[in-house]
Design a protein around this ligand. Structure first.
Ligand SMILES: [Zn+2]
Ligand SMILES: [Zn+2]
Length: 709
């Protein structure tokens, strides 16, 4: 293979020096008359329409002989030409193999992702044979259109029955903000350009309480604002752009698709088929089943911007796992994350209005007592246009009085500073990270059927009223003491010492976890792939160092460990900005470079500008402590991401080099790291592709047997 490439390269090089030569030559002898070949040079590619396809005046052999004798007799031209040819040749061979290796890496990991999704889809269909991905996509499109409509009408009743509390509350908040400013959004010409599954969590693993499907939706729409009363267009509000979002749906393990029956998205009770009334989104009037329990149908649990989306990590290798096993069998991250989303939006509303009321039912008295005076202060800060990126449960601290769950929230918003009547709003959004501390009385357990619909009164089932009290208006049950569900106890900057201490405390005693690593693949009678299970101890703190192969195979709670090592694009860009700004020497050129790379990663320009502004003011919330050891780890991840996603271009390389320098690495160190990661990933990729080929061949042979019988 390699030899053949060298020959091809040599031939091309001969073409390279011969073509200009014949050109000059031909013009002299023939008046520039050539037949054919002309157009193929336009792309600068010498591989097409080379010398041999042309009918020059002289024969091929004669031309070569003439050239060699010419170079030999004129060494002043000949020697430099030979040197250039040799260098060009060397460059061509290394560059071509470099490009090829990068292509292989990108292709293999792409394939790996696809195969992984396919396997998950298979196992979903194994337990629910009527499930059809195409039909699911159609339903998602229906949901998509209904939500656009509800959004434009500023009336969420239409979608209430199929979205989680977290999604519903966020929409309510945004619509509130719009109404306050006297406008509504109009969205027209919505075109869905693509819909592809990016994650499927099937219930093959018995410990998963929920099945999850996340679809990446690419859509294009015209979007503008009109005055709410006059209906007139607000000038300058028109946009026409493509956006990418990840839509996540969940349902309970064991739920089955009923192909003949309409479901929640279509406005029917998925259990009995009766149509759902407008104000009835908790229980079905006809059969009494809980509509959003996920027991009978999918519920839209989250909409995430593509650039901050990460696969649902489930329960990671942390104290939450321990809590789940030892204290709360219904414990699941979906519930905590949905609850955290609800509380997040309530807090944003409370902050904006300077009024504690929206928080009273979901925040503990000990938080309200502290936060009340903050809201009443003459000068205060709050955020508008809030977008929540990722919400992750990172641990649970067990306490005899109040158990505390730590939730990591990555979000963005425009900073407002209000002093008296004076209000200042930042133009670009800030990127922020908060550790939310939620508390629940020790011994209370999660009601799994209320995982994404926890806002009704647990005492009497009444919907929550807007009154500013901490109890249910119907049965007087106190709702914010943590006796029935998680409530807000504290709100800390992620990088604060307090937050760090809590994180440390949550991880006390967590050293090892047991993960099952399938060691061998074999096939059952039907030719289906089955894994031989073997229990292996994986040290929690060492997850980052487990080799790629083990990472692929090991699973915790049905999730591959590789997912734990993933970071999102916004995180990466924020880290790069942080490193770049650390020494106060961030010039225009480097800012431009950062923006270019951010574009590669799908991070909007305004987000980067916001990060740069915050970095300048010293208010950028850093995704990771700033030290060399963690810096090299991040740089390695950046290189991996660029190689795997296939966008390691000049600007990305340049930024990697600049960042490496800032971390105290020499150009040589950086180049070596790049080469090392490339060759490691290349090896991994090649092995992976080989294995796939072998598997496919094995399948073919077995299928052949099957059809012969
Ligand atoms: Zn029903
Ligand atoms: Zn009640």
């Amino acid at each position: 293979m390699r030899f053949a490439r060298v020959i091809v390269a040599l031939l091309l090089l001969v073409g390279l020096i011969l073509v200009p030569a014949t050109d000059a030559w031909g013009r002299a002898g023939n008046g520039g008359h050539f037949s054919g070949g002309g157009g193929s040079f336009s792309g600068g590619s010498f591989s097409r329409g080379g010398y041999s396809s042309r009918s020059g005046h002289h024969g091929d052999g004669a031309a070569l002989a003439w050239l060699i004798s010419f170079l030999f007799h004129h060494p002043i031209i000949g020697i430099p030409t030979l040197v250039i040819v040799a260098l060009a040749f060397f460059w061509y061979v290394t560059e071509a193999s470099e490009r090829r290796e990068r292509r292989v890496i990108h292709r293999a990991f792409d394939k790996l992702d696809h195969d992984y999704i396919d396997t998950c889809l298979d196992s979903l269909q194994e337990s629910d044979p009527s499930f059809d991905l195409q039909q699911f996509k159609q339903r998602t499109e229906t949901a998509f259109r209904k939500i656009q409509e509800a959004w434009c009408e500023q009336d969420l009743a239409l979608i209430r029955a199929f979205v989680s509390d977290g999604v519903y509350e966020r929409f309510s908040l945004q619509i509130d903000e719009q109404q306050e400013h006297g406008f509504r959004n109009v969205i027209e010409d919505v075109k869905i350009l693509g819909m592809a599954p990016v994650e499927i969590v099937a219930s093959r693993n018995d410990q998963n309480a929920f099945e999850v499907i996340s679809l990446r939706v690419t859509a294009k729409a015209k979007d503008y604002r009109v005055d709410r009363t006059t209906g007139k267009l607000i000038p300058g509000s028109k946009t026409n752009e493509t956006f990418v979002e990840v839509w996540s749906f969940l349902r309970r393990r064991g739920a089955q698709t009923k192909p003949e029956q309409a479901g929640l998205i279509e406005g029917s009770c998925p259990n009995c088929g009766e149509s759902i009334q407008i104000n009835q989104w908790d229980k079905c009037d006809a059969c009494g089943s809980l509509l959003r329990s996920g027991e009978h149908d999918w519920v839209l649990s989250e909409i995430t911007q593509s650039e901050v989306w990460k696969p649902n990590a489930g329960l990671g290798l942390n104290s939450a796992t321990r809590y789940w096993v030892s204290h709360d069998p219904g414990f699941n991250t979906h519930h905590l994350e949905d609850r955290a989303s609800v509380i997040f939006t309530r807090k944003a509303t409370a902050d904006r209005h300077g009024d504690l009321s929206p928080l009273r039912k979901v925040a503990h008295d000990m938080y309200c007592d502290v936060h009340g005076p903050v809201l009443a202060a003459a000068k205060r800060t709050f955020y508008t246009d809030c977008g929540v990126g990722a919400v992750d449960v990172i641990g649970v601290i067990i306490d005899q009085n109040l158990d505390r769950a730590l939730v990591d929230v990555r979000w963005s918003g425009r900073r407002n500073t209000k002093a008296g009547d004076k209000l200042e709003t930042s133009r670009e959004p800030s990127t922020l990270r908060t550790l939310m501390v939620l508390g629940r009385k020790h011994g209370v357990q999660t009601k799994i059927e209320k995982s994404v619909s926890s806002l009704q009164c647990p005492g009497c089932g009444a919907p929550e009223s807007e009154a500013a009290s901490n109890c249910c208006e119907f049965c007087n049950m106190v709702l914010n003491d943590g006796a029935s569900d998680w409530v807000l106890v504290d709100w800390l900057p992620y990088s604060s010492k307090e937050a760090g201490d809590l994180r440390k405390k949550a991880n006390e005693g967590i050293e090892t976890v047991i993960a099952s690593i399938p060691t061998e693949v074999r096939y059952d009678e039907q030719g289906r792939q089955v894994y031989e299970q073997a229990s292996t101890i994986v040290v929690g703190q060492m997850v980052g160092q487990v080799s790629g192969k083990d990472l692929d195979r090991a699973q915790v709670n049905g999730h591959s460990l590789r997912e734990f090592a993933k970071i999102d694009d916004v995180d990466l860009i924020a880290w790069l900005v942080q490193v770049a700004a650390a020494d106060g020497k961030l010039d225009e050129k480097e800012q431009k470079l950062l923006k270019e790379v951010a574009k590669n990663h799908g991070v909007p320009l305004s987000r980067v500008q916001g990060m740069l502004n915050d970095a300048r003011n010293g208010t950028l919330e850093s995704p990771e402590p700033d030290n060399r050891a963690s810096g090299v780890k991040w740089l390695t991840r950046m290189i991996d991401m660029a190689l795997i996603d296939g966008h390691l271009d000049r600007s990305e390389k340049k930024l990697i080099a600049t960042t490496g320098k800032r971390l105290g690495m020499s150009d040589y160190d950086v180049a070596r790291l790049l080469a090392k990661r490339k060759s490691e990933l290349y090896r991994e990729a090649k092995e992976e592709l080989k294995e796939r080929k072998k598997e496919a061949a094995g399948r073919k042979i077995r299928d052949g047997y099957g059809s012969g019988e």
